[in-house]
Design a protein around this ligand. Structure first.
Ligand SMILES: Nc1ncnc2c1ncn2[C@@H]1O[C@H](COP(=O)(O)OP(=O)(O)OP(=O)(O)O)[C@@H](O)[C@H]1O
Length: 285
């Protein structure tokens, strides 16, 4: 795993309202260099708003936002060349082919277009490179949009629901690509409504509810925090016993094993979805 020591971006006690509606409410968190950070939350929690603040499409009411160790108000133009963004407002030219769109984005970003063939290969679009965007499926568009976001090999990639609406095979291709970028040291800030995706891709996740962070940790650590102190022993006469994960439980487990009739012993771990439900009171949609 990539060493994750330095902070690449942070928010400290950030507030933002649209008219009377408070959307970000004392939001504090940081993203470290090289990590894939999952930003999770129910619909309307403020995830896209946070990305817009971090990419200067919106301005906070108060608090501190830092990007590349500088207050965002003092960001340099060059900082934006270090960033890639995929959001629902990312767009490709409908009447141009996938490949020509990528050439165009390479030109805007001031990078060579020599690597486009390899990028297309990586997401399974090489054979479709001449297809016009208007003739692409949703999955093809999404993969092409992702390539446009990372054509300049950014240090930091903001991905707002990168796999929403994709079929399972395309989703897997996108996951492979994001893991590959993570292995190359890219920092990824990702929002998703898919807990399996969050568990699979993210080093840490922050759970946002009503504009504040209610938890922030590694997925495994969060699950452990909410794990119940319960062990279930299933015996071969179909009787199930429940005990605790402590010395008293150990005695009961030892007795059950001694009896010779144990079929299985489970420690019931909550899923990330259970953790989300406990923290926000809402199902992950
Ligand atoms: N420009 C705007 N003007 C007024 N209200 C807005 C504006 N943009 C967002 N909001 C409101 O701010 C809240 C947070 O929106 P945001 O898009 O950040 O949520 P989200 O967590 O990304 O949701 P989703 O998961 O559904 O995309 C919502 O209640 C939304 O209606």
């Amino acid at each position: 795993m990539t060493p994750m020591l330095t902070r690449l971006l942070s928010m400290d006690r950030v507030y933002l309202s649209f008219k009377e509606k408070r959307v970000l409410d004392n939001l504090t968190f940081e993203v470290r260099r090289g990590e894939t950070f999952g930003f999770l939350g129910p619909s309307g929690a403020g995830k896209t708003t946070t990305i817009k603040l971090l990419t200067r499409q919106l301005v906070k009411d108060s608090g501190t936002v830092e990007l590349f160790s500088r207050p965002i108000e003092n960001a340099h133009d060059a900082d934006y060349e270090r960033i890639g963004i995929l959001s629902d407002t990312s767009s490709l030219y409908e009447r141009m082919s996938i490949e020509d769109n990528l050439r165009f984005y390479a030109k805007i970003r001031g990078v060579s277009d020599a690597g486009i063939g390899e990028l297309l290969e990586r997401v399974g679009l090489a054979n479709d490179r001449k297809t016009l965007i208007k003739k692409c499926s949703k999955g093809m568009r999404q993969r092409a949009t992702l390539l446009a976001a990372l054509i300049h090999n950014p240090e930091l990639l903001f991905l707002d629901e990168p796999t929403s609406g994709l079929d399972p095979a395309t989703r897997l291709e996108v996951h492979r690509m994001l893991k590959d970028m993570h292995d190359r040291g890219t920092t990824i800030f990702l929002t998703t409504h898919d807990m399996t995706e969050a568990e699979e891709l993210c080093d840490r996740v922050g759970i946002l509810d009503n504009g504040s962070l209610v938890a922030c940790d590694e997925p495994g650590a969060l699950k452990l925090r909410f794990a119940e102190n319960k062990v279930r022993i299933v015996m071969n006469d179909n009787v199930a016993l429940e005990t605790t994960k402590d010395a008293a439980g150990a005695v009961i487990i030892a007795q059950a094993l001694e009896s010779g009739g144990v079929v299985s012993i489970h420690s019931e771990e909550p899923s990330l979805n259970d953790v989300f439900l406990r923290l926000t009171g809402k199902e992950f949609e």
